[in-house]
Design a protein around this ligand. Structure first.
Ligand code: AR6
Length: 170
């Protein structure tokens, strides 16, 4: 599996699946969630509402992942995951690690070979970027899947540095 980190906007990535740092409601929000919904178009919100009506009446639990089509995005699928929110006392690294491993499992199940991740929980949810990077890289490296390429797409030079530091660790 090839792992890389780039500076950029996840909504423009030419990969099979992009991961969304959503919230349990799946009904949209700010940050990367808002950007993905804006770029994918209103069909994405409709698909999320349908998931809530059917499979997920209580919402998506923290650390879990679920897929929808990507609609107007270059990516064929969006995999929605919910990171732990530090401001709500969700400080267990296993929950954040699970976001990455479960998203890869879902992508693998769809037959995706390339996946782009944002820094889940590294924004509004309050985790330090070096911690997100360490947990994300460790989780992805430990996963055994058919995914060929994982790209971390970071929104600032500092977060790119944090991920590059982890990727450079042997
Ligand atoms: N491409 C890549 N990264 C981005 C983009 C983008 N277009 N936009 C922002 N980021 P956040 P969280 C970075 O807050 O901490 C939402 O309202 C951003 O700079 O989006 O998991 C949800 O609905 C940061 O480094 O996600 C939830 O309520 C990283 O993505 C809540 O925020 C994650 O920041 C989730 O919070």
């Amino acid at each position: 599996m090839k792992l890389e980190a780039v500076l950029g906007d996840i909504t423009t990535q030419d990969v099979d699946a992009v991961v969304n740092a959503a919230n349990s409601s799946l009904l949209g929000g700010g940050g990367v969630d808002g950007a993905i919904h804006a770029a994918a178009g209103p069909e994405l919100l409709a698909a999320c509402r349908e998931l809530r009506r059917t499979a997920l009446p209580d919402g998506l639990p923290v650390g879990e992942a679920v897929a929808t089509p990507g609609f107007r995005l270059p990516a064929r699928w969006v995999i929605h995951t919910v990171g732990p929110n530090r401001h709500r006392g969700q400080t267990d690294p296993a929950l954040l690690s699970s976001c990455f491993t479960r998203s890869l499992d879902v992508a693998d199940g769809l037959g995706a070979s390339s996946v782009a991740f944002p820094a889940v929980s590294g924004g509004v949810y309050g985790w330090a970027m070096d911690e997100v990077a360490r947990i994300a890289v460790e989780a992805v490296r430990g996963g055994v899947t058919g995914i060929e390429r994982v790209r971390f797409v970071l929104f600032s030079p500092d977060s790119l540095d944090a991920f590059r530091t982890e990727l450079d660790r042997a």
